[in-house]
Design a protein around this ligand. Structure first.
Ligand code: 3PG
Length: 305
């Protein structure tokens, strides 16, 4: 049995495979052309989000029985094509929760206190003490669109900072969570118009693609920030640029982009945007856990039949 690992993965995953005596090939930078060419040799494929497991990849994959996604989002895998070919798909939904939540809080503080601006100003030899005055999280309203595992963890942390919590989800929000954090359950538009920090924690689906565009930015307070660590395509980037230039919103922190690596230089260079290279879930702890969990699931499945 052979496993192909086509994205960078933690050493923990490799040692799980080694100790289970599973033969694997580690090609974290394989091109999509080579993936299509080579996939027929493998019984299992382990990916993160870089590898696009399209129908074109699945078609020649005649031996493939399982795809392991070390992480959460499955939008890079054609789930219709895998279902048709009876290829099982597994992921590690719990592994990255805390990493993404802590990173989100980090971005909120970076936006509110203008930390990136202060750092680059110091690096250019300036001492802008009088012009960089931030605001505090305490007493502000945090609004999350999507309150699953990650949205709930950010809400807990935001609550600890003394923020008021508003949340919206397509599925009912557990009552104990609402009571514990004093959450105001609200519509998406209410969150957009009332929150000081609008945060997004939804998967990329046909319903969420382009969910936040010019109309939505126009509802936001001029002083509000938007944070996206979910998927880039949830936000319409050109509408965000327009909203920022028209001062409809104060700023944005983006860890994810419509295209990765991103190609909209204007967005990356804007003083009002904090861009990061899709690293919210990238801590040693989270990646070790994701790697271990995905490798164990793949091994168990391959050995079960
Ligand atoms: C996820 O969906 O797991 C996160 O967005 C992280 O993606 P990555 O594994 O490609 O960094």
């Amino acid at each position: 049995m052979k496993v192909l690992i086509s994205d960078s993965i933690s050493a923990t995953a490799l040692s799980v495979l080694r100790s289970s005596r599973i033969d694997f090939t580690y090609k974290p930078e394989i091109s999509s052309e080579n993936l299509v060419r080579e996939i027929a040799e493998y019984d299992a494929l382990i990916v993160r989000s870089r590898t696009k497991v399209t129908r074109e990849v699945i078609l020649p994959a005649t031996k493939l029985r399982i795809i392991g996604r070390a992480g959460v989002g499955l939008d890079n895998i054609d789930l219709k094509a895998t279902a048709e070919r009876k290829v099982k798909v597994v992921n590690t939904p719990y592994a990255l929760t805390n990493a993404v939540a802590e990173f989100t809080i980090g971005l909120m503080i970076a936006l509110a206190r203008q930390i990136p601006k202060a750092v680059s100003s110091m690096r250019s030899g300036k001492w802008e003490k009088s012009s960089i005055t931030g605001s505090e999280l305490k007493g502000k309203t945090y609004g999350t669109i999507g309150i699953g595992r990650i949205g709930a963890r950010v809400s807990e942390l935001a609550h600890a900072f003394g923020m008021k919590i508003m949340a919206n989800d397509v599925i009912p929000i557990p009552k104990d969570l609402i009571d514990r954090l004093g959450i105001s359950v609200a519509s998406r538009d209410q969150i957009l118009s009332e929150a000081d920090f609008v945060d997004i924690h939804v998967p990329l689906t046909p319903e969420t693609e382009n969910m936040i565009g010019y109309r939505e930015f126009s509802l936001m307070k001029k002083s509000a920030f938007i944070i996206n660590t979910s998927r880039g395509k949830v936000i319409n980037e050109s509408d965000l640029l327009k909203a920022l230039s028209e001062k409809k919103v104060a700023g944005a922190a983006l860890d994810v982009f419509e295209v990765e690596p991103p190609n909209r230089l204007e967005l990356l260079k804007s003083e009002k945007v904090i861009p990061t290279p899709h690293i919210a879930g990238q801590t040693e702890e989270a990646q070790n856990e994701a790697g271990r969990m995905v490798a164990e699931q793949v091994v168990e499945y391959l050995k079960s039949a």
